[in-house]
Ligand binder design. Sequence first.
Ligand SMILES: Nc1ncnc2c1ncn2[C@@H]1O[C@H](COP(=O)(O)OP(=O)(O)OP(=O)(O)O)[C@@H](O)[C@H]1O
Length: 313
Amino acid sequence: MTVVIVKIDNLVKRYGDLIALDHLNIEIKEGEIFGLLGPNGSGKTTAINCILSLLKFDKGNIEIFGREMKPTAYPIKQDIGIVMQNVAVFEELTVYENIDYFCGLYIKDKKKRKELVQQAIEFVALKDFVKFYPKKLSGGLLRRLNIACGIAHKPKLIILDEPTVAVDPQSRNNILEGIKRLNEEGATIIYTSHYMEEIEQLCSRLAILDKGKVIATGTKQEVKGMISLGEKIVIETFNLKEEHIEKIREIPNVIDVELKENILTIKQKSGASNLVNITSFIANHDISYGKIYSELPTLNDVFLEITGKELRD
Ligand SMILES: Nc1ncnc2c1ncn2[C@@H]1O[C@H](COP(=O)(O)OP(=O)(O)OP(=O)(O)O)[C@@H](O)[C@H]1O
Protein backbone atom coordinates (compact mmCIF):
# COMPACT_ATOMS: atom_id res chain seq x y z
CA MET A 1 0.00 0.00 0.00
CA THR A 2 1.30 3.44 -0.89
CA VAL A 3 1.62 5.70 2.12
CA VAL A 4 1.19 9.41 1.50
CA ILE A 5 3.70 11.36 3.60
CA VAL A 6 2.78 14.91 2.56
CA LYS A 7 -0.58 15.99 1.17
CA ILE A 8 -0.98 19.59 0.05
CA ASP A 9 -4.56 20.42 -0.80
CA ASN A 10 -5.62 23.56 -2.65
CA LEU A 11 -3.01 25.74 -0.94
CA VAL A 12 -3.23 29.49 -1.48
CA LYS A 13 -0.71 31.96 -0.04
CA ARG A 14 -0.86 35.67 -0.73
CA TYR A 15 1.64 38.39 0.13
CA GLY A 16 -0.60 41.44 -0.19
CA ASP A 17 -1.75 41.49 -3.81
CA LEU A 18 0.80 38.90 -4.92
CA ILE A 19 -0.43 35.31 -5.14
CA ALA A 20 2.69 33.33 -4.22
CA LEU A 21 0.90 29.95 -4.16
CA ASP A 22 -2.11 29.53 -6.37
CA HIS A 23 -4.21 26.47 -5.44
CA LEU A 24 -1.29 24.11 -5.04
CA ASN A 25 -2.04 20.37 -4.96
CA ILE A 26 0.85 17.98 -4.32
CA GLU A 27 1.09 14.47 -2.88
CA ILE A 28 4.42 13.03 -1.80
CA LYS A 29 4.64 9.31 -1.14
CA GLU A 30 6.76 7.35 1.29
CA GLY A 31 10.25 6.59 -0.03
CA GLU A 32 10.24 9.19 -2.78
CA ILE A 33 12.77 11.85 -3.58
CA PHE A 34 10.29 14.47 -4.72
CA GLY A 35 11.61 17.48 -6.64
CA LEU A 36 10.10 20.96 -6.62
CA LEU A 37 11.54 22.61 -9.70
CA GLY A 38 10.93 26.21 -10.66
CA PRO A 39 12.65 29.48 -11.48
CA ASN A 40 13.46 32.08 -8.84
CA GLY A 41 10.27 33.47 -7.38
CA SER A 42 8.04 30.57 -8.48
CA GLY A 43 7.01 29.79 -4.88
CA LYS A 44 9.26 26.91 -3.80
CA THR A 45 10.43 28.42 -0.50
CA THR A 46 6.93 29.70 0.28
CA ALA A 47 5.58 26.16 -0.27
CA ILE A 48 8.25 24.70 2.04
CA ASN A 49 7.56 27.30 4.73
CA CYS A 50 3.83 26.52 4.55
CA ILE A 51 4.50 22.75 4.73
CA LEU A 52 6.53 23.39 7.87
CA SER A 53 3.86 25.70 9.36
CA LEU A 54 6.40 28.49 9.52
CA LEU A 55 4.06 30.62 7.40
CA LYS A 56 0.33 31.10 7.68
CA PHE A 57 -1.56 30.50 4.46
CA ASP A 58 -4.83 31.89 3.18
CA LYS A 59 -6.57 28.72 2.07
CA GLY A 60 -6.06 24.98 1.82
CA ASN A 61 -4.88 22.16 3.99
CA ILE A 62 -1.60 20.35 4.67
CA GLU A 63 -1.29 16.86 6.12
CA ILE A 64 1.99 15.24 7.08
CA PHE A 65 2.17 11.55 8.05
CA GLY A 66 -1.62 11.51 7.71
CA ARG A 67 -2.17 14.24 10.34
CA GLU A 68 -2.98 17.91 9.96
CA MET A 69 0.16 20.06 10.13
CA LYS A 70 -0.07 22.99 12.58
CA PRO A 71 2.50 25.27 14.24
CA THR A 72 2.04 23.26 17.45
CA ALA A 73 2.23 19.80 15.83
CA TYR A 74 5.45 18.91 17.71
CA PRO A 75 5.24 15.11 17.24
CA ILE A 76 5.13 15.68 13.47
CA LYS A 77 7.98 18.23 13.57
CA GLN A 78 10.14 15.74 15.48
CA ASP A 79 10.15 13.46 12.43
CA ILE A 80 11.06 16.21 9.96
CA GLY A 81 14.58 17.37 9.10
CA ILE A 82 15.00 20.78 7.52
CA VAL A 83 17.88 22.16 5.50
CA MET A 84 17.03 25.72 4.53
CA GLN A 85 18.47 27.83 1.73
CA ASN A 86 20.28 30.16 4.12
CA VAL A 87 22.84 28.45 6.33
CA ALA A 88 21.58 28.64 9.91
CA VAL A 89 24.26 27.61 12.42
CA PHE A 90 25.70 29.19 15.56
CA GLU A 91 28.95 31.10 14.98
CA GLU A 92 30.05 30.64 18.59
CA LEU A 93 29.72 26.84 18.49
CA THR A 94 32.14 24.43 16.78
CA VAL A 95 31.07 22.03 14.05
CA TYR A 96 30.58 19.26 16.63
CA GLU A 97 28.72 21.50 19.08
CA ASN A 98 26.39 22.81 16.36
CA ILE A 99 25.36 19.32 15.24
CA ASP A 100 25.02 18.23 18.89
CA TYR A 101 22.83 21.26 19.64
CA PHE A 102 20.40 20.66 16.77
CA CYS A 103 20.28 16.91 17.38
CA GLY A 104 19.65 17.66 21.07
CA LEU A 105 16.45 19.49 20.21
CA TYR A 106 14.95 16.08 19.42
CA ILE A 107 17.16 13.47 21.08
CA LYS A 108 17.56 13.85 24.85
CA ASP A 109 19.40 10.57 25.54
CA LYS A 110 23.11 11.56 25.64
CA LYS A 111 24.56 8.21 24.54
CA LYS A 112 22.16 7.91 21.63
CA ARG A 113 22.83 11.52 20.65
CA LYS A 114 26.59 11.00 20.64
CA GLU A 115 26.18 8.10 18.22
CA LEU A 116 23.88 10.10 15.95
CA VAL A 117 26.20 13.15 15.93
CA GLN A 118 29.15 10.90 14.99
CA GLN A 119 27.11 9.33 12.20
CA ALA A 120 26.09 12.75 10.88
CA ILE A 121 29.73 13.94 10.91
CA GLU A 122 30.82 10.88 8.96
CA PHE A 123 27.86 11.26 6.66
CA VAL A 124 28.83 14.76 5.49
CA ALA A 125 32.57 13.98 5.72
CA LEU A 126 33.39 16.70 8.26
CA LYS A 127 35.53 14.49 10.54
CA ASP A 128 38.63 16.64 10.06
CA PHE A 129 36.74 19.83 10.93
CA VAL A 130 34.83 18.97 14.12
CA LYS A 131 36.69 21.56 16.19
CA PHE A 132 36.40 24.32 13.59
CA TYR A 133 34.11 27.32 14.06
CA PRO A 134 31.76 28.03 11.13
CA LYS A 135 33.63 31.17 10.02
CA LYS A 136 36.71 29.01 9.28
CA LEU A 137 34.75 26.78 6.88
CA SER A 138 34.49 27.21 3.10
CA GLY A 139 31.03 27.72 1.57
CA GLY A 140 30.76 24.03 0.63
CA LEU A 141 31.79 22.78 4.08
CA LEU A 142 29.36 25.20 5.70
CA ARG A 143 26.53 23.78 3.58
CA ARG A 144 27.55 20.29 4.67
CA LEU A 145 27.43 21.40 8.31
CA ASN A 146 23.98 22.88 7.69
CA ILE A 147 22.85 19.51 6.31
CA ALA A 148 24.35 17.56 9.23
CA CYS A 149 22.44 19.82 11.67
CA GLY A 150 19.19 19.14 9.82
CA ILE A 151 19.46 15.36 9.51
CA ALA A 152 21.40 14.13 12.58
CA HIS A 153 18.24 13.09 14.45
CA LYS A 154 17.35 10.66 11.61
CA PRO A 155 14.02 12.19 10.55
CA LYS A 156 11.53 10.27 8.39
CA LEU A 157 10.95 13.28 6.14
CA ILE A 158 13.82 15.54 5.03
CA ILE A 159 13.19 18.85 3.29
CA LEU A 160 16.08 20.51 1.50
CA ASP A 161 15.58 23.97 0.01
CA GLU A 162 18.22 24.64 -2.69
CA PRO A 163 21.05 23.09 -0.66
CA THR A 164 23.62 23.36 -3.46
CA VAL A 165 23.34 27.05 -4.35
CA ALA A 166 26.82 28.56 -4.63
CA VAL A 167 28.77 25.42 -3.72
CA ASP A 168 31.77 23.99 -5.58
CA PRO A 169 31.23 20.91 -7.81
CA GLN A 170 32.92 18.53 -5.34
CA SER A 171 30.70 19.58 -2.44
CA ARG A 172 27.67 19.51 -4.73
CA ASN A 173 28.35 15.88 -5.66
CA ASN A 174 28.97 15.05 -2.02
CA ILE A 175 25.61 16.61 -1.11
CA LEU A 176 23.67 14.87 -3.91
CA GLU A 177 25.23 11.48 -3.13
CA GLY A 178 24.45 12.03 0.56
CA ILE A 179 20.79 12.74 -0.22
CA LYS A 180 20.54 9.50 -2.21
CA ARG A 181 21.99 7.58 0.73
CA LEU A 182 19.54 9.19 3.18
CA ASN A 183 16.75 8.07 0.88
CA GLU A 184 18.17 4.55 0.61
CA GLU A 185 18.24 4.43 4.41
CA GLY A 186 14.48 5.08 4.38
CA ALA A 187 13.90 8.85 4.48
CA THR A 188 11.37 10.50 2.20
CA ILE A 189 12.95 13.59 0.64
CA ILE A 190 11.60 16.89 -0.69
CA TYR A 191 14.22 18.70 -2.71
CA THR A 192 13.76 22.16 -4.22
CA SER A 193 16.00 23.51 -6.94
CA HIS A 194 16.09 25.71 -10.00
CA TYR A 195 18.74 23.39 -11.50
CA MET A 196 16.91 20.94 -13.73
CA GLU A 197 20.03 18.73 -13.93
CA GLU A 198 19.90 18.09 -10.17
CA ILE A 199 16.21 17.26 -10.24
CA GLU A 200 16.76 14.91 -13.22
CA GLN A 201 19.63 13.18 -11.46
CA LEU A 202 18.04 12.85 -8.04
CA CYS A 203 14.27 12.76 -8.06
CA SER A 204 11.83 9.93 -8.64
CA ARG A 205 8.89 12.33 -9.10
CA LEU A 206 8.62 16.07 -9.41
CA ALA A 207 6.38 19.08 -9.73
CA ILE A 208 7.32 22.04 -11.89
CA LEU A 209 6.20 25.37 -10.44
CA ASP A 210 5.64 28.66 -12.19
CA LYS A 211 4.10 31.72 -10.57
CA GLY A 212 2.86 29.63 -7.65
CA LYS A 213 1.11 27.03 -9.82
CA VAL A 214 2.01 23.42 -10.54
CA ILE A 215 2.32 23.39 -14.32
CA ALA A 216 3.39 19.74 -14.61
CA THR A 217 3.83 16.84 -12.21
CA GLY A 218 4.69 13.15 -12.32
CA THR A 219 7.75 11.03 -13.00
CA LYS A 220 10.38 12.52 -15.34
CA GLN A 221 9.03 10.39 -18.20
CA GLU A 222 5.43 11.40 -17.50
CA VAL A 223 6.29 15.09 -17.35
CA LYS A 224 8.31 14.91 -20.56
CA GLY A 225 5.44 13.02 -22.20
CA MET A 226 3.12 16.01 -21.58
CA ILE A 227 4.71 18.08 -24.33
CA SER A 228 4.60 17.73 -28.10
CA LEU A 229 8.39 17.81 -28.40
CA GLY A 230 10.08 14.40 -28.72
CA GLU A 231 13.68 13.62 -29.55
CA LYS A 232 16.03 16.39 -30.66
CA ILE A 233 18.72 15.71 -33.24
CA VAL A 234 21.81 17.85 -32.84
CA ILE A 235 24.36 18.16 -35.64
CA GLU A 236 27.59 20.12 -35.86
CA THR A 237 27.65 21.37 -39.44
CA PHE A 238 29.98 23.57 -41.47
CA ASN A 239 28.51 24.43 -44.85
CA LEU A 240 24.80 24.50 -44.29
CA LYS A 241 22.75 26.88 -46.43
CA GLU A 242 19.42 28.53 -45.66
CA GLU A 243 17.76 26.37 -48.37
CA HIS A 244 18.94 23.20 -46.58
CA ILE A 245 17.34 24.41 -43.37
CA GLU A 246 14.08 25.05 -45.20
CA LYS A 247 14.16 21.54 -46.72
CA ILE A 248 14.84 19.95 -43.29
CA ARG A 249 11.84 21.84 -41.93
CA GLU A 250 9.70 20.03 -44.50
CA ILE A 251 10.71 16.54 -43.33
CA PRO A 252 7.64 14.93 -41.69
CA ASN A 253 7.39 15.27 -37.90
CA VAL A 254 9.99 18.04 -37.70
CA ILE A 255 8.52 20.83 -35.58
CA ASP A 256 11.41 23.29 -35.44
CA VAL A 257 14.93 23.76 -36.80
CA GLU A 258 17.46 26.13 -35.30
CA LEU A 259 21.07 26.93 -36.30
CA LYS A 260 23.33 28.54 -33.71
CA GLU A 261 27.09 28.82 -34.31
CA ASN A 262 27.41 25.67 -36.47
CA ILE A 263 25.11 23.68 -34.20
CA LEU A 264 21.90 22.63 -35.90
CA THR A 265 19.10 21.49 -33.59
CA ILE A 266 16.17 19.68 -35.14
CA LYS A 267 13.16 19.27 -32.91
CA GLN A 268 10.70 16.51 -33.65
CA LYS A 269 7.23 15.54 -32.55
CA SER A 270 6.94 13.17 -29.61
CA GLY A 271 7.12 9.54 -30.73
CA ALA A 272 8.73 10.32 -34.12
CA SER A 273 12.15 9.04 -35.15
CA ASN A 274 13.84 10.83 -38.01
CA LEU A 275 17.51 10.12 -37.50
CA VAL A 276 17.76 7.99 -40.67
CA ASN A 277 15.89 10.57 -42.82
CA ILE A 278 18.04 13.38 -41.57
CA THR A 279 21.39 11.61 -41.92
CA SER A 280 20.49 10.60 -45.49
CA PHE A 281 19.48 14.21 -46.25
CA ILE A 282 22.87 15.38 -45.01
CA ALA A 283 24.73 12.75 -47.02
CA ASN A 284 22.69 13.44 -50.20
CA HIS A 285 23.38 17.18 -50.04
CA ASP A 286 27.11 16.92 -49.37
CA ILE A 287 26.81 18.74 -46.10
CA SER A 288 29.93 18.29 -44.00
CA TYR A 289 29.34 17.54 -40.36
CA GLY A 290 31.18 16.73 -37.15
CA LYS A 291 29.25 15.40 -34.18
CA ILE A 292 25.73 14.10 -34.66
CA TYR A 293 23.56 12.82 -31.83
CA SER A 294 20.00 12.70 -30.60
CA GLU A 295 18.77 13.67 -27.15
CA LEU A 296 15.53 13.41 -25.22
CA PRO A 297 13.70 16.57 -24.15
CA THR A 298 14.95 18.14 -20.92
CA LEU A 299 12.83 19.53 -18.09
CA ASN A 300 13.73 22.96 -19.47
CA ASP A 301 12.06 21.95 -22.75
CA VAL A 302 8.93 21.06 -20.75
CA PHE A 303 9.02 24.42 -18.97
CA LEU A 304 9.67 26.26 -22.24
CA GLU A 305 6.81 24.60 -24.10
CA ILE A 306 4.28 25.16 -21.31
CA THR A 307 5.27 28.69 -20.23
CA GLY A 308 7.13 30.13 -23.24
CA LYS A 309 10.10 30.96 -20.94
CA GLU A 310 13.41 29.34 -20.04
CA LEU A 311 13.77 27.88 -16.55
CA ARG A 312 16.85 30.00 -16.03
CA ASP A 313 16.82 33.51 -17.46
N1 LIG B 1 7.95 37.92 2.71
C1 LIG B 1 7.54 38.20 1.49
N2 LIG B 1 6.82 39.33 1.24
C2 LIG B 1 6.38 39.61 0.00
N3 LIG B 1 6.60 38.83 -1.08
C3 LIG B 1 7.31 37.71 -0.91
C4 LIG B 1 7.81 37.34 0.38
N4 LIG B 1 8.48 36.16 0.25
C5 LIG B 1 8.39 35.81 -1.06
N5 LIG B 1 7.70 36.73 -1.74
C6 LIG B 1 7.35 36.68 -3.17
O1 LIG B 1 6.63 35.47 -3.39
C7 LIG B 1 7.01 34.86 -4.62
C8 LIG B 1 7.52 33.46 -4.35
O2 LIG B 1 8.76 33.56 -3.67
P1 LIG B 1 9.57 32.30 -3.15
O3 LIG B 1 10.74 32.79 -2.36
O4 LIG B 1 8.66 31.34 -2.50
O5 LIG B 1 10.07 31.67 -4.52
P2 LIG B 1 11.23 30.60 -4.79
O6 LIG B 1 10.73 29.76 -5.91
O7 LIG B 1 11.60 29.92 -3.53
O8 LIG B 1 12.40 31.52 -5.31
P3 LIG B 1 13.94 31.55 -4.86
O9 LIG B 1 14.56 30.38 -5.52
O10 LIG B 1 14.39 32.85 -5.41
O11 LIG B 1 13.94 31.49 -3.36
C9 LIG B 1 8.03 35.79 -5.25
O12 LIG B 1 7.37 36.63 -6.15
C10 LIG B 1 8.58 36.56 -4.07
O13 LIG B 1 9.04 37.84 -4.47
